[in-house]
Design a binder for this molecule. Sequence first.
Ligand code: HEM
Length: 468
Amino acid sequence: MPVAPASIDTASAPFRFRPKVPAPRTEPMGLFAFLRAARANPITTWMRAHFEEPVIAAEGFAGRITIVSEPSLIRYLFVENAKNYRKDDLQRRILAPGLGNGLLSAEGEEWRNQRRTIAPSFSARHVTGFADAMNAAGARLARRLARRDGTMIDAVNEMTRVSLDVLERTIFTHGLKRDPDAVGRAITRTLSAIGPIDPLDVFGVPSFVPRIGRLRGRSAGRFFEEVVDELIERRKALIASGEPAPHDLLGLLLTASDPETGNGLTDLEVKANIVTFIAAGHETTANALTWALYLLSQDASVRETVEAEVDGAHRAEGRFALDDLIVTKAVVEETLRLFPPVPFMSRAAIREDRIGRIKIPQGSTVLVAPWVLHRHRRLWDDPDAFVPDRFLPENRARIDRFAYLPFGAGPRVCIGQSFSVQEATLILAHIVRAVRLDLPADHPPVTPLHRLTLRPENGLRLLIQSRL
Ligand code: HEM
């Protein structure tokens, strides 16, 4: 069924920035070329037809793959018939070795119990309660940046640091005794080792066959898990001592109970989920912020609008409230459209099915790729242009719920969705109020590289000009 493009008034927007991205392919690739491209940068493997057709089914190297980019069919896949689809083995093989059986990689009854038990920890009330911690991390970053007037920042590093700072404050309330940068480095190394799609995974080689990249990440992963073990032990001792425990995600998980059975989480489940939150939450949000800074540096008019908003919204105590940041939040949402940190989601059909007119064989793979969906020719007006106005409240209703999926949809929708939109919006507001960041003229091209998430291939260095 054709879907009306989410169009907006273009008369008042003469300039539109269109970030440089790999051009869709026009010719199909052979096996080795595909494997090489998939390993180097999977988003370079998409074909032009993927951005134009609602559904494309193809015989891949690992069996049938169906790519769905039509909102009503995605609704069918993720909601109406979600029970017929599980996270597919490719995704599980890539994620599970690094993340244990936390929410992201658990399946079936184990996943359902965990999701029911953990969901209340991410309720609107709790997420709003985390705004103070996010504001504190944003204010700290803003001070650091403003002091470095006239120098260059490595945006990827800074955004990774601030998103870890937020997670540290909201998960452990400053419980990390070790050097937070060392922890950050260990996490980044663990994730980058599990990030690239290994050709062995594509061929379905059993997971006990070691992958070279993963061996490199193993010692970093152990260090990271040790840190989390230490934090859990210390917090349990605090709770047992009867001392008042801080209100944070670790405390919420340790005291959470399944509303149906009354059961709590085991220590192992708490640990797997803390590791999952850090892994799923830090690089995704850091990359979203990095791309937002890049996009703002390229569009003077949007940047001035955001500057005016944050200057007016900044409260005396040095904090922002999400409700005052309408344009800033629209910039975050448009950034997540153009550079979705999770570029594709995959599912395996448990039983044979039909998606629209396409037959889905049992066991075959179905993909929904926000990278493709968010730039789909049928769904968006000027899909490659940076137009935050699309997400202003007066235009938002024109966007189909299933055409915009940075956080997925249905029962397995990102549990950290409102957490990270709030976080990215508040942090961006603090940055924009404190500094103007410009791309130096001699910067190498800023283009996306798909690892586990989407990051700038040549990094992003920006020149700081203090606004305070
Ligand atoms: C911009 C930031 C983020 C993006 C773009 C993002 C994206 C996603 C997506 C697309 C999924 C669904 C995957 C699928 O259906 O296959 C997901 C799941 C998940 N995300 Fe996020 N995420 C972000 C931040 C966070 C944060 C901050 C946390 C935790 C604090 C988090 C925790 C999770 C968890 C636990 C799941 C698995 C949920 C389940 O299967 O029940 N994410 N995320």
